[in-house]
Design a binder for this molecule. Sequence first.
Ligand code: CP
Ligand code: NVA
Length: 306
Amino acid sequence: MKRDLLTILDVSVEEIEALLQRATLLKERLKKGELDASLAGKTLGLLFDKPSTRTRVSFEVAMYQLGGHVLFMSSKETQLSRDESLRDTALVLSRYIDGLVVRTYADESLRELASHAEIPVINGLTDLYHPCQVLGDILTVREKKGDLDSLKVAWVGDGNNVAHSWINAAVRLPFQLSLACPSGYEPRKDILQRAQESAGDRIHLSADPADAVSNADVINTDVWTSMGQEEERQKRLAAFRDFQINNELVRKAKSDVIVMHCLPAHRGEEITDGVMDGPNSVVFDQAENRMHLQRALLDWLLGSQG
Ligand code: CP
Ligand code: NVA
């Protein structure tokens, strides 16, 4: 039975632990120049509706390092742009390739593709979730801080797709998640409520960045205007003005706090140069770990165990 990764809730605690351990091992081996070709002869498709640097390149390189091949498809250049259905597209692609990473707008489109595909489908970002990002981020937090148990993770900014995946991560792993979002830009109520039913008061939402970062071990942020929201940019710049990660805010957290951003960043908006390039920032380690985590993920979903 094929497995998909559409949200973090698709994987159990034990599976997350196995992925993290495998990613750590593969990373260590890669640093020693050891590669294994567990996906030789397999092809991963990438079907993208939105731009990407990290997700595309980290998946492509991960697949090459596992001995496999990659086929990148901008959906504009496929027959999807001429109204071929998602169902037919999924059924056809399943005859050619061994796994599919999808980056699109509506989460429903991803679900529709996955429900018809006979191969594993991986969410490479939708308007609702970015699970590969947050699984990679958890690897980074573990490397820097050890176990996540009882760490305080702050999210300051938009209650967006990456925030939703952090909320789902808090359902699976026992850390404190304190979100500060401007009024009107909170995470979706249904996602938050469902998570709070499992995680209880470990997930806390306010509109106060200082409160969210107080005593935090990790500070996380993301752009104020996500892909597809460009027309709202001016309104958002005003709404998020007090939600910038700057040195003054970072000083309110623990002195060894790590600052994370999934990137791309709009320097000078949600995060200052001083913080991005400062001693607490781990943003480039974070970007690197996307690749290591995804190698473990591909190995699992497309490999012989998958
Ligand atoms: N963080 C992330 O997903 O980056 P890209 O949009 O460059 O893929
Ligand atoms: N929230 C951002 C993340 C980019 C990786 C977006 O959706 O544009």
